[in-house]
Design a protein around this ligand. Structure first.
Ligand code: NAP
Length: 287
């Protein structure tokens, strides 16, 4: 039998952790497959997507900048699952039996699984504060849905935060979500059970925490979506205060694990994937 082909579609994709994680998973599951990278410029996306089956590719992850345009393509030429449709972005593709692509989004469920597994936190009925309102925050908020009793969102770009509230309101109870002025996050944060950092602050070596330490209260859980380093100032501050805190490595792990399960129908070897991710991080990958 020929080797199956999987990969990551993005631009650029040079420093991704996904090949290390997925290749380790295929090996551990005894599946003869290779996971590579497809660096495809935006103007070449449609041609690439229309030739996925012809190329013999059995599954893809999709990353920046292609998640939204892949959704547009799939809505016309393929099938889209309900969460990817609601979110408006696709991060996983699988060709169906007729060769048409099926699009999924595993970022939201990956975040949720990490929240439950890594932070031991179930958001139902709780209050959640999300800092940032870009693509990652949208996946988080749209997957939380009507679960939390209240969601605060705050972004330096207030219009972007308001747009996320409107997007949420198309599907869920808009009265649960409040946009918070970035200069006044303390009030919302003090009433929250979970803080999610969905800004890029923490990705660079000298980045401070996006939240001053004094605002972290007892009982607050902290989930920092940043995953390209072993820890961040936010996670370090929270840990010093003995709060439960995690980086986004778990979200990256579970979004990949769920994609693996969609492609193969085989339970993902979580421990092997986590180990491969950590090793790849040590080697200096992580873009
Ligand atoms: P994005 O689209 O750039 O969104 C981030 C938003 O945060 C932007 O609107 C940005 O505003 C805003 N922001 C920046 N500093 C802020 C501050 N101090 N307070 C409030 N808002 C602030 O980025 P993204 O793609 O959503 O990614 C966000 C983070 O999530 C990144 O660290 C990324 O690596 C991580 N992520 C992790 C995973 C995972 O699997 N763990 C998956 C996806 C993303 P401006 O644009 O005006 O600066």
């Amino acid at each position: 039998m020929t080797k199956m082909i999987y990969g990551l579609l993005g631009h650029p994709v040079g420093h991704s952790l996904s090949p290390a994680m997925q290749n380790a998973a295929f090996k551990a599951a005894g599946i003869d497959a290779v996971y590579g990278v497809y660096d495809i410029a935006p103007e070449a996306l449609t041609d690439f997507l229309s030739s996925v089956s012809k190329k013999g590719i059995s599954g893809l992850n999709v990353t920046i900048p292609h998640k939204i345009n892949t959704r547009h393509y799939i809505e016309i030429n393929g099938m889209i699952d309900s969460f990817a449709k609601k979110l408006g972005a696709v991060n996983t593709l699988k060709p169906g039996p007729d060769g048409r692509l099926c699009g999924f989004n595993t970022d939201g469920p990956g975040f949720y699984r990490s929240l439950v597994e890594d932070l031991k936190f179930e958001p139902e009925g709780k209050t959640v504060f999300v800092l940032g309102s870009g693509g990652a925050a949208t996946a988080v908020v749209m997957y939380l849905g009507n679960g939390p009793k209240r969601i605060f969102i705050s972004d330096v770009d207030k219009e972007k935060a308001s747009a996320l509230k409107e997007h949420y309101g198309v599907y869920y109870d808009k009265s649960r979500i409040s946009v918070v002025d970035p200069a006044k996050i303390e009030g919302g944060l003090s009433a929250s059970d979970l803080l999610v950092n969905a800004t890029p602050i923490g990705m660079k070596d000298d980045d401070p925490s996006p939240v001053v330490k004094e605002m972290l209260h007892r009982g607050l859980r902290v989930y920092d979506l940043v995953y390209n380093r072993p820890s961040t100032e936010l996670v370090k501050d929270a840990t010093r205060l003995k709060l439960h805190a995690a980086t986004g490595l778990g979200m990256l792990l579970y979004q990949g694990a769920i994609a693996f399960e969609i492609w193969t129908g085989v339970k993902a070897p979580i421990a092997v994937m986590r180990k491969a991710l950590k090793e790849a991080l040590k080697e200096g990958y992580g873009g």
